[in-house]
Design a protein around this ligand. Structure first.
Ligand code: MG
Length: 377
């Protein structure tokens, strides 16, 4: 059995309403996805997280080395891709290109073997995953706080048990918005905050202490991912759990994050950090340090499905009779690509997603829609 072809596509969806966060504004969703076809006629889909054009160039570079290899040998192919990029890009978007191909290979392996990916990863540890709604971004409107409150109430009405809001516009504004959202959703829904590294250590300490009273599930990327020691110091100065890792790559990057005791929760993005093959190694490493793992997810149904299968297989430690919810990030911002490209029965119902036992990553890919969104420049 051989890999016959690897094709990549850059997809673009222009948003009806742009939104922004502490770093920049989105008016478009753009993503690179990849299709791997075997000589048996089976197809697997993957996607990379990061700048789509650069990821596509990475995929095109890697293709020459792996066409003709056995698609079932996901680790062997991963090692080939890693060795072929190591000298130039130990971190960054070439690793996202590896990730995209790796995710497609797991989907393909599942389709060939007629087994769900969670089973191929080693088995299902749970049937249900708890999605936390990611939204509560900023928009240009007269009453931003009121709009955030309305959006948060909608998530509660839809049954979500947890949600994450953006912070990073300035400490006073953040405190006002966090207070308003917490009051609107009541005490029983988990609330997380994410600064996308907008703050320095002094500001992060100040904000953390001010919002501790609102029972914050975690404070994500409070400061730049470069400052491991400052993350560690922040942890000693607040009771809020600190999370990060969406900008880390491979198990080697996470080793630095874990050794420096920077975070309570690591958040690898499967479509950036090295794919499912490497994410499983990162999970093993996190278990050595006793640190929780909740994957970062941003993109189409391919990325979400990969994360669901991964979390389905994830060991939540320590083991006990009543284990806590296993979370997945569930982006709710506008994204036609996410809604239309794939069809799956893994959807949120009453705040839970039931894992699919269908082959591969468990979605149908709508190739007609692919052409609707493929970027033509
Ligand atoms: Mg984040």
């Amino acid at each position: 059995m051989k890999i016959k072809s690897i094709e990549s596509y850059i997809l673009s969806d222009k948003l009806k309403e742009s939104f922004y966060f502490s770093q920049w504004e989105y008016s478009e969703r753009r993503i690179c996805i990849v299709k791997v076809t075997s000589d048996t006629g089976h197809v697997g889909w993957g996607e990379g997280y990061g700048p789509a054009g650069v990821i596509q160039a990475g995929i095109e570079h890697l293709t020459q080395f792996i066409v003709g290899m056995n698609p079932l040998e996901t680790e062997t192919i991963w090692s080939m891709m890693y060795r072929r990029t190591l000298d130039y890009a130990r971190r960054g978007v070439l690793v996202s290109a590896i990730s995209a191909i790796d995710v497609a290979l797991w989907d393909l392996k599942g389709k060939i073997m007629q087994q769900p990916v969670h089973l191929l990863l080693g088995g299902k540890k749970r049937d249900f995953i708890t999605p936390y709604a990611t939204g509560l971004y900023y928009t240009h409107c007269d009453d931003l706080c009121g709009k955030l409150v309305e959006e948060a109430k909608q998530y509660v009405a839809l049954g979500y048990k947890a949600m994450k809001m953006k912070v990073g516009l300035g400490i006073d504004v953040d405190i006002e918005y966090v207070k308003s959202v917490r009051e609107a959703i009541g005490p029983d829904v988990q609330l997380m905050i994410d600064a996308n590294h907008a703050y320095n250590l002094r500001e992060a300490v100040q904000l953390s202490r001010a919002v501790e009273q609102y029972n914050i599930g975690w404070f994500e990327e409070p400061i730049s991912p470069e400052y491991y020691d400052q993350y560690h110091e922040l942890r000693t100065k607040t009771t809020i759990p600190i999370s990060g890792g969406e900008c880390e790559y491979l198990r080697f990057g996470f080793q630095t994050l874990l050794q420096s005791k920077s975070v309570d929760i690591i958040q690898p993005d499967i479509c950036a950090t090295g794919g499912l093959t490497e994410a499983k190694r990162i999970a093993a490493l996190a278990s050595v340090y006793g640190v929780e793992l909740v994957p970062h997810t941003w993109g189409t149904g391919i990325a979400i499905s990969a994360a669901l299968h991964f979390v389905g297989n994830l060991d939540i430690l320590p083991g006990r009779l009543r284990t806590p919810n296993a979370f997945i990030e569930y982006d709710r911002t506008e994204n036609g690509l996410r809604e239309e490209l794939t069809t799956t029965d893994m959807v949120a119902v009453n705040g839970e997603i039931k894992l699919s036992d269908k082959p591969g990553l468990g979605f149908e890919f709508n190739e007609d829609i692919l052409h609707k969104y493929t970027l033509k420049e």
